[in-house]
Design a binder for this molecule. Structure first.
Ligand code: GLA
Length: 340
């Protein structure tokens, strides 16, 4: 295992940003930027042994700063949406930044993806940390967050989230990597399997209504592996509202997801202790140049964002994102790569 950290660039505000790299003996290499604790690249061998970069991203820091889409980023304090950009906790109302119409998305105007984190090297990992001050984007409590990226000998990227707050608060951390297991082009041929019989119904703003829908007989049934593109154009209200898949599935145990590219032979298995995974088919990814100048756009990737169900503070019965003062939060998601 080799772990190195090198300068990547400076933000427009002059802050130094680092790029950490972890490589295992099998040739798998992951690059993480201290800007946004962002996964910039994941190189894994395909079925011929050639390396493919299976994560969308940019070559320069300026592009990360200028562009939307949260490519590869750590999102928080609360990833995904909070309806009406407000929540109640301990009898008090907390208004949050509105950055998605009337709603709050991915931590607000300046979420965790837009901060420079501290970065340190471990034996087989990169450890990113930051303190989100009390009141940031409207959230109560100073929150100390550590996100550890580990590459294992058997070619998994393991992401460990740890956090602690000095006041009661809400937290829902995830990673927003756009996976393309072919290394580029459309991801609609990728075969996806999910261990989910139910998913969160969305309203017109991709905000969960609080109802869980059964996937049976719908385009949302991924219990048997099928190409992402097979049903994405089906005449179903939930697909129409989101312009594709942009929904949180309720996980049931076993691997959360298995994604496979027939073109490269690369298979990725996702394991998590989170109750949900947001499946997002890059519906809002406007065409833009990425690494090496290759153009990427809508449907050219899929995000598998493991998390608590979105809008949980406004949906009775959803697992709670409340983190009590002084209590440790810890969560793990692993993305394991293989070929077949
Ligand atoms: C998430 C959301 C999408 C979109 C992207 C970022 O996956 O669910 O609706 O906002 O992030 O473009």
């Amino acid at each position: 295992m080799a772990v190195t950290i090198a300068p990547f660039g400076r933000t427009a505000a002059g802050e130094e940003v680092l790029a950490g790299r972890i490589e295992n003996a099998a040739g798998m290499a992951v690059t993480v930027l201290s800007y946004g604790a962002t996964v910039q690249s994941i190189q894994v061998p395909d079925r011929t042994g050639g390396l493919r970069d299976v994560a969308l991203g940019y070559d320069t820091l300026a592009e990360y700063e200028a562009n939307d889409g949260y490519l590869g980023a750590t999102v928080g304090r609360v990833g995904n949406r909070i309806g009406g950009a407000r929540f109640w906790l301990n009898g008090q109302e907390y208004p949050l930044a509105k950055n998605d119409g009337e709603n709050h998305l991915h931590g607000g105007v300046r979420g965790f993806d837009k901060y420079v984190w501290d970065m340190a090297a471990g034996a087989d990992s990169l450890i990113c940390s930051r303190v989100s001050p009390d009141g940031e984007e409207g959230y109560p409590g100073a929150l100390t967050v550590t996100v550890t990226f580990t590459v294992t000998a058997d070619s998994a990227l393991v992401i460990d989230y740890a956090a602690r707050s000095d006041r009661d608060t809400v937290v829902n951390l995830t990673n927003h990597t756009y996976f393309n297991l072919s290394g580029g082009g459309s991801a609609l041929d990728h075969e996806l399997r999910l261990s989910a019989r139910r998913f969160c119904e969305n309203d017109g703003g991709c905000l969960p209504t609080g109802r869980l829908l059964d996937v049976t007989g719908t385009a949302f049934d991924f219990r048997e592996s099928k190409p992402l593109g097979r049903d994405i154009g089906a005449a179903e209200e939930q697909l129409r509202l989101a312009g594709g898949y942009d929904h949180c599935f309720a996980l049931e145990g076993g691997p959360a997801a298995v994604l496979y590219s027939p073109a490269s032979g690369i298979e990725m298995t996702v394991e998590t202790d989170m109750p949900g995974v947001q499946v997002y088919t890059a519906n809002f990814l406007t065409p833009r140049p990425g690494k090496g100048g290759a153009v990427m756009g809508q449907r050219d990737a899929v995000c598998l964002e493991t998390q608590l169900f979105p809008n949980a503070m406004n949906c009775w019965g959803f697992p709670s994102p409340v983190l009590r003062a002084g209590k440790p939060l810890s969560s793990r998601t692993a993305y394991r790569f293989a070929v077949r």
